[in-house]
Design a binder for this molecule. Structure first.
Ligand SMILES: Cc1cc2nc3c(=O)[nH]c(=O)nc-3n(C[C@H](O)[C@H](O)[C@H](O)COP(=O)(O)OP(=O)(O)OC[C@H]3O[C@@H](n4cnc5c(N)ncnc54)[C@H](O)[C@@H]3O)c2cc1C
Length: 272
């Protein structure tokens, strides 16, 4: 591989980083696994941008927290274990040690693992620029393949996730591409039971369509007591399934049904 030439800045404060990207021309680099722009602003040295903390029932995950940080964090494992499970499925050890949650979601690969869990967890993403600070729902963040709600001059500051209730069951299942590890199909299931019945179901899907989505029809079927088989058969309803050399649209739909049923079954068995 011939490395591409680029200008490089390594700010040591968030303020400096935001001033550098304010013109919308320079690109933020986090772990540097995928970016290749003309001028990068390396945020890896900005202090405290990799925080993982919990306050008032909300987990705050800094943009430069690595996938390994997430899979091994006692806060994530204790408060939003679905996300820890998803992080543990990403790539290999090297990718998990270098890749960051901010870089992953800003890149918005339609086969990335986090989006399914962030949708199932109804997470929010905090975006900052030199002049603004706003929070968008995960459902409004992933817009199209490699396209997000991040505006020029903005960067992801942190991801906010409400604590999963201890009684909720969860599961992330993934059919991994054998070469890259990315999700051919990935399913994040979150299920709550009340009085022995499913009272809440949240199903996030990735890899299946041009962007990650919530399988709302399947959620409603679970919540209405229709059962896992019927709900799993509906996970790709209304979606334009991806098709590529590895998996046709029809095969993806088949994988989605089978693996969604597995994810739902485990999530339900973990719900108390
Ligand atoms: C071999 C390989 C295998 C992989 N397998 C998987 C897999 O199985 N599942 C999976 O989900 N992912 C996988 N990935 C992706 C990986 O997990 C990283 O998340 C991804 O490479 C980007 O991470 P990064 O933090 O290094 O970001 P960078 O490469 O530094 O940046 C990626 C993009 O995001 C932008 N960016 C970075 N940080 C921010 C921020 N805070 N705010 C705004 N924009 C930002 C950059 O400008 C760039 O456009 C794989 C990657 C590789 C190289």
């Amino acid at each position: 591989m011939i490395p591409q030439e680029f200008d490089y800045s390594a700010p040591t404060s968030l303020k400096e980083a935001l001033q550098l990207i304010a013109d919308g021309e320079r690109k933020v680099m986090a772990g540097g696994r995928l970016a290749a722009p003309g001028h990068v602003v390396d945020i890896a040295r900005v202090p405290d941008l990799n925080h993982i903390t919990e306050s008032g029932g909300v987990v705050h995950i800094g943009a430069t927290a690595t996938h390994h940080d997430l899979e091994s964090s006692p806060v994530i494992r204790g408060r939003c274990p679905l996300l820890a499970e998803a992080a543990s499925h990403i790539g290999d050890t090297q990718v998990r040690n270098m890749g960051t949650i901010g870089g992953s979601i800003a890149h918005a690969d339609p086969a990335a693992d986090y989006p399914a869990s962030l949708l199932a967890l109804e997470a929010r993403i905090r975006l900052v620029s030199a002049k603004s600070d706003r929070t968008v729902a995960a459902s409004e963040f992933f817009l199209d393949p490699f396209t997000t709600a991040v505006e020029p001059g903005e960067m992801v500051l942190e991801v906010l996730v409400n604590n999963e209730e201890p009684s909720e069951g969860y599961r992330y299942e993934k059919v991994a591409h054998p070469a890259s590890g990315f999700a051919v199909v990935g399913i994040a299931a979150r299920i709550k039971k009340t009085g022995g019945k499913i009272s809440l179901a949240r199903i996030g899907m990735t890899g299946m369509a041009p962007r990650a989505f919530r399988a709302v029809a399947a959620e409603k079927l679970l919540e209405s007591g229709a059962g896992i088989e019927k709900a799993a058969a509906a996970v790709a309803d209304g979606q334009d399934a991806n098709s590529d050399l590895y998996a046709s649209a029809g095969y993806r739909r088949h994988l989605a049904r089978v693996w969604a049923a597995r994810a739902m079954t485990v999530a339900l068995s973990r719900a108390s």
